[in-house]
Ligand binder design. Structure first.
Ligand code: PMP
Length: 358
């Protein structure tokens, strides 16, 4: 007898995450992790985790973490939502807020998980092409303002690294008062001070800002993300979350994630180091003839003079240097290179010098 259960399967083309090689000697600059590990203070918090934290269910509301984040961002606790990395938070946002027949809008070149969630959840979407210089085409978002099902903007954008100015974000939000605008600030800590729009969540009732611990906070392995919005939107998000999985935040994440927020000096110190290395690395790439987009993130998006991005990617990999290459329209001659420690970035430059002269 043959069964045709496959017709009922929710078929999806999954997101492809960057490779996670097990070899520790690899210079790993392909997934925008932070090269600086947790501080000594955080290591001692990790060492203090006890058996109960594994034996018991965690607090479903993750109230300790929510309260630290609320204090840090100077907002009330009912304006904070936490999740298992910002991927979880963003996925929840798509599920909660994009539930109409209207198309949601996001740029054609952006975080490649957005179309995957849209496809998986059967949300119609429309790509708004970036301008020639890879900046966001604000007028096109505004033109589509009256009739969209939602808007998603990564700011700074990925993989371009380019930051959109505050006024443009305000114009986009104001042009779409009837749909939810998600601003994904995964990399915002590496941008100029004042680039975040978290403060605007008190002014606009359709804005939600999503953040992660994976980049600036050095904790990609722990999986913590969060969103800040108004109490009404956070309540809607929590209603969906509790209808899906109540215990998303594990105990160690709640405890370590809370301690990391209090450890601000170390955070500022590592941010400054990464930004300095980024400036040095950008200058070096430019002197090798690369076009480098202005980065407000912990990576650079760069294109070699002679169209050899793919070859560089492959040759670097053979030499144990992993960077990210996207074989996609418009960006197939670019490399996305995460900023690592100075020593590793010097090795990348010396590899590139060898590659370009042989
Ligand atoms: N948003 C953007 C723009 C990203 O690049 C990433 C990292 N892949 C994420 C969200 C998700 O990060 P995480 O789930 O580790 O918080």
């Amino acid at each position: 007898m043959s069964y045709n259960w496959e017709v009922n399967v929710r078929k999806v083309d999954p997101y492809t995450p960057g490779e996670q090689p097990s070899d520790k000697n690899i210079i790993k600059l392909n997934t925008n992790e932070n090269p600086y590990g947790p501080s000594e203070e955080i290591k001692s918090v990790i060492a203090s985790l006890d058996d109960d934290m594994l034996r018991r269910y965690p607090d479903a509301t993750a109230s300790q973490l929510v309260s630290e984040l609320a204090r840090f961002h100077e907002v009330s606790e009912d304006r904070v939502f936490v999740g298992v990395g910002s991927d979880d938070v963003l996925g929840m946002c798509f599920m909660t807020f994009f539930n109409s027949d209207k198309e949601i809008l996001f740029p054609d070149v952006t975080y490649s998980f957005y179309p995957v969630w849209a496809e998986m959840l059967r949300i119609p979407y429309k790509l708004i092409p970036l301008k020639e210089d890879f900046t966001i085409d604000v007028p096109s978002f505004i033109d589509n303002g009256a009739s969209n099902g939602g808007i998603v903007i990564a700011n700074p954008n990925a993989p371009t690294g380019i930051c959109l100015d505050r006024k443009s974000i305000i114009d986009i939000i104001e042009s779409s008062p009837d749909s939810v605008v998600i601003v994904d600030e995964a990399y915002i800590d590496f941008a100029e001070a004042g680039a975040s729009v978290i403060d605007l969540t008190t002014k606009y009732d359709n804005l939600i800002v999503v953040r992660t611990y994976s980049k600036s906070r050095s904790l990609a392995g722990l999986r913590i993300g969060y969103a800040i919005s108004n109490p009404k939107m956070i309540k809607y998000l929590n209603d969906v979350k509790y209808s899906y999985n109540s215990y998303t935040m594990n105990y160690p994440s709640i405890v370590i994630g809370s301690a990391v927020i209090r450890d601000n000096d170390y955070f500022e110190e590592t941010l400054a180091k990464i930004k300095n290395t980024r400036e040095w690395f950008t200058d070096e790439l430019k002197s090798l003839g690369f076009k480098v987009l202005p980065s407000s993130t912990n990576f650079v998006f760069a294109s070699p003079q002679d169209g050899s991005a793919r070859k560089i990617f492959e040759s670097a990999k053979e030499k144990g240097i992993y960077v990210r290459y996207f074989n996609l329209p418009r960006i197939d001659d670019y490399l996305r290179i995460t900023i690592g420690v100075d020593e590793d970035m010097k090795k990348v430059i010396s590899f590139l010098k060898d590659f370009l002269t042989t």
